[in-house]
Design a protein around this ligand. Structure first.
Ligand SMILES: [Fe+2]
Length: 400
């Protein structure tokens, strides 16, 4: 800091010489695929992660039957997992995460019963209709369907050790069951929640720091509920790709998908094995060319830190304030003042939600949020009663 910069002319001089970088990634300035290649063309060995039982295709593998899940004993394992997710390949396999096959069988029975019940109205299939079964929020549905296998399944201390390694304490587990039948197609390569539910343009409005931070707010995982030979299409990964800082801007570009298709790796899993990965890692479900159903419980675990300190309920606020917002709109149109009031009163993020009632669009984009609804209502001149009723309906639809 210049101690003499205490008058206006010095300050102006300083500013004219300083170039502050943009806080945003420009949408027109997508990184080159060569940047991704430079990051990904590296390799690891067991020497890098001494507690592994194997490293194949740059994927560290841990045989949990050889380790103790007690907190103190698992501490060094958790160090390796954190390092892998943050700076290493971005994923690891845990063999024998579930060793009691009867728990998985009872859980699969519960899933089958849920699927039969939902069959007439299943929505939001990511992979194409007729080829697959998906249970949104299999976590809650499993608990209500079969408390015994649910408690056995979710009391597995390895689940806690893995979640704590990336997210620390007070995480929230959610899950979706995914069964891909023979003939099921592969997914296009992508990154996951949060920014994986945005368009590139939507991402470009989030500053660089948030794009980097979002990968620390979620842990993605899958537990194999059937054996998954390679022909059945277990998830394909591009190790190290989470390290491309602007990757949420880039992964939708055709040349990035092409690079993925030329370089992905995948490992077969046994029933009861798990795989966990950084949500920023480029990945895609494979196509099932086998004659077996590929069945997984997808785990998405969220950090405690995505939540505000106080509960805000938009409905009573809209009830009280709608005529004030309307009169502001009537005098100014959709001005910055109106936009800012809408952003303050309504919830701008549609998650968490009920994905059966409010599925992502076929392109995988997020459902509408309260602010979208308020903007529509103000433009169309809705009464207080009408906008409150619509918000209440959105709330009902979002409940589990
Ligand atoms: Fe995904």
């Amino acid at each position: 800091m210049n101690p003499h910069a205490d008058n206006n002319s010095d300050v102006e001089h300083q500013q004219s010489k300083t170039s502050i970088p943009s806080r945003l990634y420009a949408i027109a300035d997508t990184p080159k695929v060569s940047s991704l290649a430079q990051i990904c063309e590296t390799s690891i060995s067991r020497k890098d992660y001494p507690l592994t039982s194997d490293v194949r295709e740059n994927i560290p593998i841990y045989d949990l039957s050889k380790h103790d899940f007690q907190k103190a004993a698992a501490d060094k394992l958790q160090d390796e997992w954190y390092e892998i997710l943050a700076n290493g390949p971005g994923l690891f396999v845990v063999q024998n995460m579930y060793t009691d096959q009867s728990v998985l069988d009872a859980t699969n029975d519960a899933f089958r019963e849920i699927i039969e019940r939902e069959k007439s109205n299943t929505k939001g299939d990511h992979f194409g209709h007729g080829k697959n079964e998906r249970i949104w929020n299999s976590f809650s549905k499993h608990g209500l369907q079969d408390p015994k296998s649910f408690v056995q399944y979710y009391s597995n201390p390895w689940l806690a050790r893995v979640c704590e390694a990336w997210l620390g304490q007070q995480y929230r587990v959610t899950a979706q069951t995914n069964i891909v039948k023979p003939g099921g197609a592969a997914q296009v390569s992508h990154r996951d929640y949060h920014l994986g539910f945005q368009t590139a343009e939507g991402c470009s409005r989030f500053p660089r720091g948030m794009q980097h931070a979002s990968q620390f707010l979620t842990l993605q995982g899958a537990v194999a509920h059937s054996d998954m030979p390679l022909e059945s299409g277990p998830t394909r990964f591009l190790p190290f790709s989470q390290r491309l800082a602007s990757g949420y801007m880039a992964y939708r570009q055709p040349e990035f998908d092409q690079y993925f298709n030329e370089h992905w790796v995948s490992l077969p899993l046994k029933k009861g094995d798990g795989v966990f990965f950084n949500p920023a890692l480029h990945h895609a479900a494979g196509n099932n060319t086998s004659d077996v159903d590929r069945s997984a419980n997808l785990l998405q675990i969220s950090s405690a830190f995505g939540k505000p300190m106080e509960q805000i309920d938009a409905i009573p606020l809209v009830q009280a304030c709608w005529s004030e917002v309307q009169s502001l709109y009537n005098s100014e149109g959709l001005s910055e003042h109106v936009e800012t009031a809408v952003a303050a009163i309504g919830e701008g993020y549609p998650f968490p939600t009920n994905l059966d009632n409010r599925p992502p669009a076929p392109s995988g984009m997020a459902p509408t949020n309260e602010q979208d609804l308020l903007r529509e209502a103000i433009g169309a001149g809705w009464t207080t009663e009408k906008v409150v009723a619509a918000l209440k309906q959105m709330r009902v639809d979002s409940q589990p």
